[in-house]
Write a protein that binds this ligand. Structure first.
Ligand code: FAD
Ligand code: SIN
Length: 546
């Protein structure tokens, strides 16, 4: 695989084309030349698969900003940043208006008002949706605008490999310490997947919008793109990473041998669905005052306990008491998909299991999406804004991504006035060294599989120190092997992603080991209590650069 000497240059580069990246690109594009990088086709994102909707205070008669703030804080189990929560909640209605203006067809009721559904942890109905295909409606509307904007260059099948920062070589060695004046982002090394070349793409501002890391686990609701690339790239260049132990498991993924990653939206429970065990017992009834609509950590743990106790492989979501026509009309895609797998939710309960769903931690940012590296921003699921704390409230993530994209765009326009334009001069070529063609693709597949399985078995919904240490030992070994292979072979997307999930898995395990209490999504049977005295703070880590 050759390296080309061609260097593309933009004012701004955004890595990712979900709701965060596309919103940011549209908000920046009237002021600067921007490139949107997507490692697959533009719309292959987690955003596209979102079902439930976007939470915001849209019915002032029955809802209030205070109630949305309080529900978010309650779910977050003492770790939310109050200023981030207030800011996001108060920006919610305007963010929905912006999405409407950009052509997102949110559902309306008979009187023309936005139709609102309910999800776990919300004290009232406040989730705007488009049937059960909300994410697809958002993604397609934004993508259409992005593709037709003259200032936006779309680079599909372009995989960001590593950030380029001042004073450091392509391999990441060099002198600029994080926070020093030399520590500034200059662009990204990009693998053009079709041409099989790596080249630098320079920009004065780089925004990470790379989504989550669900693929770290063998069972996940996430699409294949979710390999934590943004977090891993930022960590390699010394950025601060926070709260990686808080992995959210969605309680209800379809349990069927042929169904890959199919989510059964929480909106089904919002509309009255009841979780039952094989004997038909509604086991959430005595777990929490909100029963089946308790926050996700509580529901997922209850299912986990139920499965461990009974030895069964799944529990059941019962919708059979609801009117059949309503089900077919309100949740048409989920209904049709279940039917395709031989499950008719109108007459039989849906078999479900929990699956890794959302990364609450990420690259730590301030209220404008700025990371600890100058010129590097992070928005959407790859960032840690403080909104979610130890557990994300359902449907708060699309909202967070839209709100922070807008704020990061405003910040970017200011940064462009401040940052000098000399960056491209300093950029070293990609260094292939003595790399050759990979001879053992099976090594990559084997390591991928091993990581995802051990994360599920040892770093899942209920953890303990012994299993976490076992996971750490194995991951460190794989990490060493991946590092050896990395500079021996020409890069492939699989190898780049393997390196990233190894890094992210280690970050999750180390954060989980360090938090010696149980809080929100992190539950350790060795430390079952919440310890506010010692642990009411984020776990923040960064790589000390040599
Ligand atoms: P994504 O939409 O995941 O986009 C990531 C982008 O980054 C992609 O374009 C990808 O190609 C690109 N990328 C990644 N790495 C690289 C790289 N190295 N180089 C180049 N490009 C790269 N949240 C809600 O609020 N409400 C819901 O109803 C809801 N339902 C959900 C249902 C499902 C099945 C899933 C999986 C998630 C759901 N979520 C929901 C969560 C929500 O969808 C995500 O948090 C959100 O869409 C993330 O948006 P994003 O823009 O940050 O990233
Ligand atoms: C769902 O529809 O259940 C997913 C909502 C979310 O993850 O916010």
């Amino acid at each position: 695989m050759p390296v080309t000497s061609r260097t593309d240059s933009f004012d701004v580069l955004v890595i990712g084309s979900g709701i965060a990246g596309l919103t940011y690109a549209l908000d920046v594009a009237d002021h600067a030349r921007i490139a949107v990088l997507s490692k697959r086709v533009l719309s292959e994102t987690a955003t596209r698969y979102a079902q439930g909707g976007v939470a915001a205070v849209l019915d002032p008669l029955h809802d209030s900003m205070e109630a949305h703030v309080q529900d978010t804080l309650t779910a977050g189990a003492g770790l939310c940043r109050q200023d981030a929560v207030e800011m996001v909640v108060r920006s919610g209605p305007a963010a929905i208006d912006r999405l409407l203006e950009r052509g997102v067809p949110f559902a309306r009721d008979a009187s023309g008002e936005l139709e609102l559904t309910r999800e776990g942890g919300h004290s009232t109905r406040r989730v705007a949706h488009h049937a059960d295909l909300t994410g697809e409606a958002i993604e397609l509307a934004l993508a259409e605008r992005v593709r037709s904007h003259p200032n936006i260059t779309v680079l599909e099948n372009h995989l960001a490999v590593d950030l380029i920062t001042r004073g450091r070589t392509a391999r990441g060695t060099g002198k600029a310490a994080p926070g020093s004046k030399n520590d500034r982002v200059l662009g990204v090394y990009v693998l053009d997947v079709n041409a099989r070349v790596v080249r630098p793409v320079t920009a004065r501002v780089v925004c990470l919008a790379t989504g989550g890391s669900g693929k770290t686990y063998i069972y996940t609701t996430n699409p294949d793109i979710a390999t934590g690339d943004g977090v891993a790239m930022a960590w390699r260049r010394g950025a601060r990473i926070a709260n990686m132990e808080f992995v959210q498991f969605h309680p209800t993924c379809l349990y069927h041998p042929k169904a890959k990653n199919f989510l059964i939206s929480e909106a089904l429970r919002g509309e009255g669905g009841i979780l039952r065990n094989r004997r038909g017992v509604p086991f959430m009834a005595d777990q929490h005052p909100l029963k089946d609509l308790a926050p996700r950590d509580i529901v997922s743990r209850a299912i986990d306990a139920e499965l461990k106790q009974s030895g069964e492989e799944c529990v059941y979501l019962d919708m059979t008491h609801l009117p059949p026509d309503f089900l077919a009309e309100r949740i048409p895609t989920i209904h049709a998909t279940c039917l395709g797998f031989g499950v008719d939710m109108r007459t039989q309960p849906i078999p479900v299991v929990p699956a890794a769903h959302y990364q609450c931690g990420g690259v730590q940012v301030n209220l404008d999406g700025e990371t600890s590296i100058r010129g590097l921003l992070a928005i959407g699921e790859c960032s840690c804004t403080g909104l979610h704390g130890a557990n994300r409230l359902a449907s708060n993530s699309l909202l967070e991504a839209a709100v922070y994209a807008e704020r990061a765009a405003s910040k970017t326009i200011k940064l462009l006035q401040e940052l000098p334009t000399d960056g491209a001069l300093d950029v070293p070529e990609w260094d292939t060294g003595s790399a050759g063609d990979p001879d053992e693709a099976v090594v990559v597949t084997q390591s991928w599989d091993e990581i995802r399985r051990l994360m599920w078995n040892y770093v899942g919904i209920v953890r303990n120190t012994r299993r976490l240490l076992r996971a750490k030992r194995r991951l460190e070994l794989i990490n060493q092997e991946v590092r050896e292979d990395y500079w021996r072979f020409y890069l492939t997307p699989d190898l780049v992603e393997l390196r990233n999930i190894t890094t992210v898995a280690l970050l999750i395990v180390e954060a989980a080991l360090s938090r010696q209490e149980s809080r929100g999504l992190h539950y350790s049977s060795d430390y079952p209590e919440t310890d506010d005295e010692h642990w009411r703070h984020d776990t923040v880590t960064w790589r000390a650069l040599s």
